[in-house]
Write a protein that binds this ligand. Structure first.
Ligand SMILES: [Zn+2]
Ligand SMILES: [Zn+2]
Length: 339
């Protein structure tokens, strides 16, 4: 039986352990991937802490996976051995719940998530259901493509479904793992792009990513500055501080929307008066399905968008996770297997 390396969490809040396991075989509807790269996402905290409802241990984290199809199980249409594919947060859907019956697979009641519902990409090999696979364009390196499968798709898909049009004022709140991609997507989609971060030091980077304006939320009144620019049609909120989201809301223009993609359990505060008068709103956006991943990857290849990454080999996954959690990563940690 061929063996492989995997980094697992054995119990809630337990350490990451590098273990040896048998290479699994694909069941009907699944493929076996030889993992090349896996991004380290803040949502891996769900696996580490066991906070996701119904999680079982041991579990191998990782839902930004790029690999080569090594084996194709029975009843897998179209995909073949040797193809390079990605698997993101959308790791499979049931096909029979009310959402699936409406073709809305990302809100599937029984949605599967790699690294949470089944073992993910912190390993040499991984199984995935075929409906979760996205083809990867040749132009993208494996390690660069990985973060586009969660951080990338989330920001790209939120923006392209937000109703913004070329020339609209679009603000990206936070320049981190999500935000540094959000700024690139917004600028390439033709929006007048405002990057917002704490401190002046991120301004040159924001401009390099394509931002037309920069607001230092430590030194400036964020809402007032956005209003001076005409008010935002969309504020894409990538931060995890609900306080920062609250502070930005006053910068929404008429019909403005705050789209929340940075996850926090804390409430956002908003005055109903702000919402009513200018028909403003706050909404969330949950990544997307495998075809949305393909669109994200293709748009990134087309317009030369890349995540900024730091790579570490699989055996240093614990260190990569700690670096991501510390906020020091610039901007996305990616684990590589050497394949
Ligand atoms: Zn993620
Ligand atoms: Zn479903």
């Amino acid at each position: 039986m061929p063996r492989m390396r995997a980094v697992q969490v054995k119990e809630a809040n337990g350490p990451f352990e590098l273990v040896e396991r048998d290479v699994p075989s694909p069941a009907p509807g699944q493929v076996l991937l030889k993992v090349q790269a896996c991004g380290v996402c803040h949502s891996d905290v769900f696996t580490k802490t066991g906070a996701y409802p119904g999680m079982e241990f041991p579990r191998v984290p990782g839902h930004e996976v790029v690999g080569i199809i090594e084996k194709v199980g029975e009843r897998v249409p179209d995909w073949r051995e040797g193809q390079r594919v990605g698997v993101g947060w959308h790791g499979g859907h049931c096909g029979h719940c009310p959402s699936c019956r409406r073709g809305d697979f990302i809100t599937c009641r029984y949605a599967q998530i790699p690294g949470i519902s089944y073992d993910g990409g912190y390993a040499d090999h991984m199984l995935a259901p075929f409906e979760a696979l996205a083809a990867i364009p040749e132009e993208l390196e494996a390690a660069e493509a990985a973060p586009l499968l969660c951080a990338g798709i989330t920001t790209y898909n939120a923006l392209r479904n937000s109703g913004v049009r070329a020339g609209d004022l679009l603000a990206v709140l936070g320049i981190g793992g999500l935000g540094h991609l959000g700024v690139q997507f917004a600028a390439r989609m033709g929006c007048r792009t405002v990057a917002i971060a704490r401190g002046a030091d991120k301004q040159p980077l924001a401009e390099k990513l394509g931002a037309h304006h920069y607001i230092d939320s430590n030194a400036q009144d964020l809402a007032a500055e956005l209003t001076k620019l005409g008010g935002a049609r969309v504020i894409l909120s990538t931060v995890t501080s609900s306080q920062a989201m609250t502070a930005a809301l006053g910068g929404l223009g008429i019909d403005g929307r705050m789209i929340v993609v940075g996850a926090s359990p804390d409430p956002i505060e908003v005055s109903p008066l702000l919402l009513i008068g200018g028909r403003r709103g706050i909404e969330g956006w949950p990544s997307g399905t495998s075809i949305d991943s393909e669109d994200t990857l293709a748009f990134s290849a087309l317009t030369d968008i890349r995540p900024m990454i730091e790579t570490m080999p699989l055996e240093r996954a614990a260190e990569a996770y700690e670096r991501m959690m510390s906020g020091e990563a610039r901007f996305r940690m990616v684990i590589t297997t050497g394949f």
